[in-house]
Design a protein around this ligand. Sequence first.
Ligand code: PLP
Ligand code: ZN
Length: 419
Amino acid sequence: MSETYQLRCRECGKFWGNTPKSFCEECFSPLEVAYDYDALKKIARKENLASRDFNMWRYSELLPLPEGFVAPNSAGGTPLVAARHLAKNLGVKNLYVKNDAVCFPSLSFKDRVVATALAAARRFEFRTVGCSSTGNLANAVAAQSAQQGFDACVFIPADLEPAKILNTAVYGARIVRINGNYDHVNRLCAQIADRFQWGLVNVNLRPYYAEGSKTHGYEIAEQLGWTLPDNVVVPMAGGSLIGKIAKAFRELVLLGWVKEKPVKFFGAQATGCSPISSAVKNGLKRFDPQKPNTIARSLAIGNPADGNYASELIRTSGGWADDVSDPEIVDAIQLLAETEGIFGETAAGVTVGVTKKLIHAGRIGANETTVVCVTGNGLKTTDAIVSEYPLTEAIAPRLDAFEAYLDAQIGASAAAAKV
Ligand SMILES: *Cc1c(COP(=O)(O)O)cnc(C)c1O
Ligand SMILES: [Zn+2]
C-alpha cells in the first residue's frame, strides 16, 4: 500500500483502502485501521519523541493521519498520577490514575478520538461533522469543530445531563435531542450517514475515530518509563477504548519501544448498563443487549458496538469485568476526590468503584502495578452528586457569627481549642 495504513475487515480480513466506512460490505463486520508495521518501524522512532510536545500528536506516525497533517490542537498529554492515598485506602501498593478528566479541550478522553476523526473528516472533504453521543463525544465534536471550522450537528438522547448539553451548545453546534436512548440515537445516525454527505465521527468515520484512543495507552506506557503495567482498569461504553489500549501496547511491543509483558485488562460498567461485564461474568461469547438505567450516562450504551471484542480481550488477557450500583458510583467519585484531589465524572466513579471491588475480590494483587483510567470530568455530571452536599446556612460577615457557627458545627470543644 502507498500509505502506511488502510481499513481492514476485523472478520474476513478484506482490505478497503481509506474511505469513510465502518462496515465490511462483504460480511457486515466492523472495519478497523490496519498498519504496515514494517514500514512504521522505519519511520516511527522513539528518539524523535524527545523534541515533541507532550500531547497525543507526538505519536503521529502511529495514527491514521493524512499526508502533510499539521496538529490543530494539543489534545491528550494528560497526567499519570501516582495515586498513593487511594492505593493505601484500597490496600495496594502501585496504583496510578491516568487522568483524562483534564484532557484538552473538552475535559474527557473523547478529545482524542475526535482529534483523529476530524483529521479523517478533512481528508474526505466533509464540511459537516457530527456524532451520536452520550455527552462527552458531543462536547468534543462541538469544541474541535468550532476551532477547525467544521459545521457540527450532534445527536443526543433527550435526557442527557444539562451540563453536557450546555458544554455542546456553547460552541455553536446544532444539537438534535432524540426521544429515546443512545441506541435509538445511534441507529438514526447510521441512516443519516447514508443519506447525507456528513462525517459522523463514531459512525462512518468510526475506524479513524477509534484509533485516537490508542494515544491514551501510548501515554501510559511512556509515563511508566516505557514499561507496561500489570493491570489496566478501563470504563466501557461501546467497548472501544479498552481494545485500543491493548492495541497500543501491542504496537509498542512490535516497534520494540517496550518489553513484551502480559497485561490484564479489566472492564468497568455500571450495573444499570452492564451488557459487557455481564457477558464476562456469565462466560457468554456474545453479550445480551440491555436497556440502560444508570447515573453513569456517558457509559449507558445497551448495545455496545465493540462489546464482544471487549469481553474476548478481557477473557484472553486473564482480566475480569465487573459493575457497580449508582450509590457505589457516588461513593467512588467521593473517594477519588477525597484521596487524590481528582473530581471525576460518573464514569470515573464506575472505574474506581470497580477497581475497589476487583482488589477486594483478589483479582488485582497488592504488589502489581495497576492503572485506573479516569476518562471524564466531574464538573459535567454534578447532578449525580449534588444531593450529597446540601448547602449550609449562610452567616453574617461578623466574627461572633462565625464563632456561633463553629460552636454549632463542631461543638464546644473546637470552640475552646481556638484560644
Ligand atoms: C465514551 C466514554 C467511555 C467509553 O468509551 P468506549 O470506547 O465507547 O468504550 C469512557 N468514559 C467516558 C467518560 C466516555 O465518555
Ligand atoms: Zn468482512
